[in-house]
Structure formats: C-alpha cells, structure tokens
Write a protein that binds this ligand. Structure first.
Ligand code: GDP
Ligand code: MN
Length: 390
C-alpha cells in the first residue's frame, strides 16, 4: 500500500528527518490561509497522487503570491494528473501539499528497500537525484551507491562515511546523513515498509539536508498489525478493480493484455499466464480466486474480469483440489446470468467433481467452450481473442 507524500513526510518528520514546513489543503479556498500560516513569499504547490513524475507533468509548481497558489489550487484540485508513472488515465488530485521552497544547491537520491537476494535492507543513493533514477541506473550505473544493512543492525560508521563521500557531503552533513539513515531504518522496521524513497534529498544553499519528496510503501501483508497506516489508504488513488477485489478477498492484479484469467491458486495462475503468453496472447489480469472459494466469490471474480473493457476473451482454469468444480461452475453461471457476457469464455475444469461442473456448464444455454487440457484452453482463448500467431 502506498502512502501520499504528505503522509510519508509526517512519518519522516516523526523520525527526526528534516523537511520543509508544509500544509495540506483540499479546497482552493484554503490556499491563502495555508500560505499565511506558512509565512514567507514563495511557495511550492504539490499535487498529492500515488505516483512520481509530477514535476514534469505540471503537478509541482512554484508560486510567488498567495493568489498564484490559489490559482494553481483551482487548476489542480479536482483534476486528474497524468505522469509517466500513471498511464494516460492519470490519477485524481484531491489534496495539495503547500510547502516553503528551500533554495536548492544539489538534488540527491536516497531510498531504503528490501534486498531479497542478499537478505538485508539496502540503502540506494546517488548524487544524481531529482531525475528518473532508473535512467541513472541504466546509463551511469557507477553513479548508484549501495549500502546493505543486516536486519537488526546499524550501518558501519565506515560505510556511512563512504556513502557521505560518494554523495559529496561534507563536515556536519556527514553526521546528519548518519542520523538520517538511522531514522529511516527505524521507520522502515516500525512501519513494515517495503520501500522508503526520498527523491530529491536536497542540499540547500545553507548546507542543510532536506527531504523534498517522500514516498513510502507498506507491505500489504503487515497491514493487519499496522492499523494506523492501514487507515491512511486512499482508495481514490487505487485501481477500482483491485479495490473491489480486495473487498471480496480476491487476489487480483490488473495487467495490460486482453485475456481475462480466472484461476485458483497463485502458482496455477502464474502457469496459466505463461501459457497464454506462449500461445502469443497477453493476460489482462492475474487473478487467484483462492482455495476454499464459494460460488458467490467466483461470480464476483468473473464480474470483475468482465468489467474490464480491454478483455476480449476469458480463460477459466480451475484445478479442483480443495475447491469443488461444480461450485465453480455454479459461480460462473451465476455471474453470467447477472452480467451480459459479450466475449467468448473458455473453461478448463479438472479435479474434484469436474464432470459435474462440466455437465452444468454444458447444459446451460450460455456461450461457453470447454477445453480438455490447459494447453488447448490457452491456445483456444488466444485464438478467440484474435491474438497469437495463428
Ligand atoms: P515528482 O516529480 O513527483 O517526483 O515530485 P518531486 O517532489 O520530486 O518534485 C519534482 C522536482 O520539482 C524536484 O526534483 C525539484 O527539482 C522540484 N521541486 C520540488 N519541490 C521544490 C521546491 O520546494 N523548490 C524548488 N525550487 N523546486 C522543487
Ligand atoms: Mn520525486
């Protein structure tokens, strides 16, 4: 789960990390009062969406009067902001962060993430901050600095010194960096984060280190014990279908292809997607309906897949182990009675009560095709979607 910049900054500040003063507004009428509370003569207005790239998309603007701030607030609030990270549809802007802009000397990059390979936490840093870090990593990998820290440990003073040097930090800034890393580590562990990213971390003219942008992602699997953070979820920033799936306890991830996939079990879902791809198609989603599913949940899953208008054909692949295929069939029939199905559906049922399930589907007047094997099902659904080589 992603936090907004202003939410992330709240936690950074609580962990002793220096930031510009800021105010959050949700209506343009609040703009002038926010400027008055902050004081000063220049402000930066930042659209709060769950994506980076806002700067280049007009979502981060400087204003030198409260009137300008208000005008920008009118332009941004209620609009959708499309950045390189959001896709063309963009994300709704419902809140703005207004801050005191510091005078920036340099922009650095600093993040903390989980390094699965080395089984440690990893600080990634670069003196080439501000811009797209993926580009820096791809074109000038030597400019990416790394510092691994074992769980429960603190970074070695030597390693912190080397990192500070690599970032071009001097004197008191080195001690500040040490405190910053320690604060990030504490926050990361306490909040069950999977990513904390500060881009840019700026060095001001006055030599201060300030977090100018902040992004925190929380491990969804830890939200049961992170109730305060879980309450910060902003469904307006999330894919509506993924939110709906969560409400029904379905494991759904939206993808770019045209073949809807409904599968039980994450492993089988992955294998199904691989097969679809092998036959030249592209999955529209990952969906695991789970092991102990019910007809009602299958119906919800099916409706979810069909509500995506880029879906041109659906592949249902169920291996009935714990789940019974006749229940799955009932769910499919229920869903197909409730929503109009305009695309072909290929079903492969195998395992417990598969014959009963197939018979139920066969007896219905609905346009369904049964496939004898998974490979055949994948080939057929790709052909029906009008994709693939054949
Ligand atoms: P992002 O594009 O979504 O990552 O948004 P950021 O908050 O990182 O802002 C993008 C860029 O806008 C930064 O790299 C800075 O160059 C610039 N920027 C952001 N905040 C300020 C500010 O307070 N003052 C100035 N001068 N520039 C800023
Ligand atoms: Mn940024």
């Amino acid at each position: 789960m992603k936090l907004h910049e202003y939410q992330s900054k709240h936690y950074l500040r609580a962990h002793g990390i220096a930031l510009p003063e800021g105010e959050v507004i949700r209506r343009p009428e609040e703009a002038r009062a926010a400027c008055a509370r902050l004081g000063g003569a220049r402000w930066v207005v930042k659209a709060q969406v769950h994506a980076g790239g806002r700067g280049k998309a007009g979502g981060v603007v400087l204003a030198d009067s409260p009137e300008r701030v208000e005008a920008e607030a009118r332009r941004l609030l209620g609009s959708t902001l499309a950045t390189v990270q959001t896709g063309a549809a963009g994300l709704p802007v419902e809140a703005l962060l207004i801050e005191h802009p510091p005078v920036i000397a340099r922009e650095l990059y600093l993040s903390l993430l989980v390094d699965r390979e080395d089984e440690c936490l990893l600080f990634v840093a670069s003196a080439a901050g501000g811009m797209d870090i993926e580009t820096v990593a791809a074109q000038t990998p030597e400019r990416i600095l790394r510092l691994g820290v074992a769980l429960g440990e603190q970074p070695e003073p030597e390693a912190v010194r080397a990192l500070a040097e690599g970032l071009g930090l001097e004197g008191a800034q080195r001690a500040t960096l040490g405190a910053l890393l320690a604060g990030l580590l504490r926050l990361f562990i306490e909040s069950d984060a999977s990513l904390i990213e500060i881009n840019p971390l700026v060095v001001t003219e006055a030599g201060e280190l300030l977090a100018l942008d902040a992004k925190i992602e929380i491990d969804d699997n830890a939200l049961w014990r992170q109730l305060e953070l879980a309450a910060l979820r902003d469904p307006g920033q999330e894919d509506a279908r993924e939110a709906q799936a969560r409400a029904h306890d379905l494991n759904y991830i939206r993808l770019d292809g045209s073949i809807g996939c409904m599968v039980n079990g994450a492993g089988l879902a992955m294998a199904t997607m691989d097969l679809v791809q092998r036959h030249g198609g592209a999955p529209a989603n990952f969906l695991d309906v789970g092991g102990g599913t019910t007809a009602a949940r299958v119906a919800e899953a099916f409706k979810l897949i069909l509500s995506d208008d880029k879906v041109r054909a659906v592949l249902v692949n169920i291996f009935g182990g714990i789940v019974r295929c006749d229940l799955i069939a009932e769910g499919i029939l229920q869903a197909m009675r409730e929503v109009e199905v305009r695309v072909p559906v290929v079903v492969r049922l195998e395992g417990t009560r598969a014959e009963e399930g197939r018979a139920m589907l066969g007896a219905s007047a609905l346009a369904l095709e049964s496939a004898a094997s998974l490979d055949e099902a994948a080939a057929r659904v790709v052909a029906l979607a009008g994709e693939g080589a054949a």
